[in-house]
Design a protein. Sequence first.
Length: 271
Amino acid sequence: MDDISNTDEAIELLQGLGLKEYEAKAFVALTRLPQATAKEISEVSEVPRTRVYDAVRVLETKGLVEIQHANPQQFRAVDIDEAAETLRAEYETKTDSLREALEGIEPAGDTDEADGTHEVWSLTGRAAIGNRTRQLLGEADEEAVLILGSEAVATESLFDSLASAETRDASIVVGTVTETLRDRVQAALPDAEVFVSELEWLRGSALDEDIEITRILLIDRSTILISTTHGSDEEADEQAVFGRGFDNGLVTIVRRLMATGLLPVDDPGTD
């Protein structure tokens, strides 16, 4: 059962990386065989034999399959690590090209930035919120205060972004909900101030026990991001709200909460 699940997942992921269904199925079949003919690929992958040749030719042009011109022709997949790196390079190249294309598009309206000090925006998805978190940490000049309410968001890339902020002489303060997570953060960031938060509402309450606050980030006392998930399900969609500016009410409220003694952050606005 697990093998079937892994096969289906691999096929789905390959399609997400740009392969068509028959190409993905043929490649997965070849990873299960030392080498194979079109007939053997068809039998393992359930790709019609007449379509195997087209699929394999595409895989060859992508550097994922090798062909031995015998009679009958033999095919084999390149090493899995090599295939993964080949697909990664192609994906990154397309992403770079997409960025250049989007940046080259003429704006359709006024490009003057609006005053965002009274705006709150929402964002959904753990990957997107993780990217936004790292982007905001990249903007930190003076201070970054981060509360981690979940082990799942404490990634190596997050630690790298915090470390980069430290190199710019930004003060780093990290609160965690468990001692285990505190120890992980402290080991990754020995110069940061790390503590176990006493904010019990991070873990939910009797009224909303299925809601978990996964992260609270405050950058330079003016930019805030707060995200939540439903319960402890790691597959659950993470949702966040985000705002900038001293005059933003959300930023002000959270900044003052952090200055109540629960967190080691002074709030100049409460003097």
